[in-house]
Design a protein around this ligand. Structure first.
Ligand code: SF4
Length: 249
């Protein structure tokens, strides 16, 4: 029987990775992210939306911005009062661009392109960032949660097989609330969390059942290098190892 829950799908995907690409391309996850109809496949966020849990989780994350601990920097600024964190973000959502992305990992692209939404700012702040203008230069537009929901629906209507949040960590509350709003209006494609990998376990637990596919980096195996090239992130290695295990359990 085809897997129907996120856990079953991840297990399926992990098995497929072990068994090789030939198996993976037959898996429900592969088909689901490419937008093919899979009987019984439904992203987990739909159930959480219907029960009201998705909105509750989004509001709980929103409250964390009063003394922000959304990412491992835990810099504690009050974003709700307009303070900007180490990441450069306050509570106002900023988005740089959104479009079908054909340069993403191939299984996510399908025929319509991965539905990428590039979020402005970043808490890791690497010296080698290829998106520096967005992550550290502040390129973007101040938009509402309703705007973010509209973007997702627009990408879905245009044939994108998934929504791909690029650098989402500092806007996790906005994302959950926007997904809740978009789900009420027909969003039904999988969510990709395209992250630097430096995530807090407590936040990943809030995302359990919401995110369908994690697409994390693992940038360093030596904390001294992480500190040198990613703005003092000495604990990147340990934090990210734990985060990866949580994402793939
Ligand atoms: S998300 Fe930004 S404001 Fe919040 S802890 Fe991280 S760096 Fe600080």
């Amino acid at each position: 029987m085809a897997p129907t829950t996120r856990r079953e799908i991840i297990k399926s995907a992990c098995f497929a990775a072990a068994a090789g690409l030939a198996s993976f391309i037959k898996s429900p996850l592969f088909a689901a992210v490419q937008g093919k109809a899979i009987i019984g496949f439904k992203p987990g966020y739909l159930k959480l939306h219907r029960s009201g849990e998705l909105k509750r989780r989004g509001e709980a994350l929103w409250a964390l911005m009063e003394r922000c601990e959304l990412c491992p920097r835990m810099c504690g600024v009050n974003k709700l009062k307009g303070e900007k964190g180490f990441c450069g973000a306050d509570a106002q959502l900023e988005v740089s661009s959104f479009h079908p992305h054909f340069g993403e990992e191939k299984p996510l692209v399908g025929s319509g392109g991965s539905g990428a939404i590039f979020l402005t700012h970043c808490g890791l702040r690497c010296v080698f960032c290829i998106n520096w203008q967005i992550s550290q230069g502040g390129a973007g537009y101040r938009l509402s949660i309703a705007d973010l929901a509209d973007m997702m629906l627009h990408l879905q209507a245009g044939g994108c097989p998934n929504i791909n949040f690029v650098t989402p960590t500092h806007y996790a509350p906005h994302i959950l609330l926007a997904v809740d709003s978009a789900a009420a209006r027909g969003l039904k494609i999988p969510l990709v969390y395209n992250t630097c990998g430096w995530e807090r376990l407590s936040i990943l637990k809030v995302l359990d059942g919401v995110v369908d596919i994690y697409l994390p980096d693992f940038k360093y195996a030596d904390g001294r290098m992480a500190a040198k090239y990613s703005s003092g992130a000495l604990a990147y290695v340990q934090d990210t190892q734990q985060a990866l295990l949580e994402m793939h359990r």
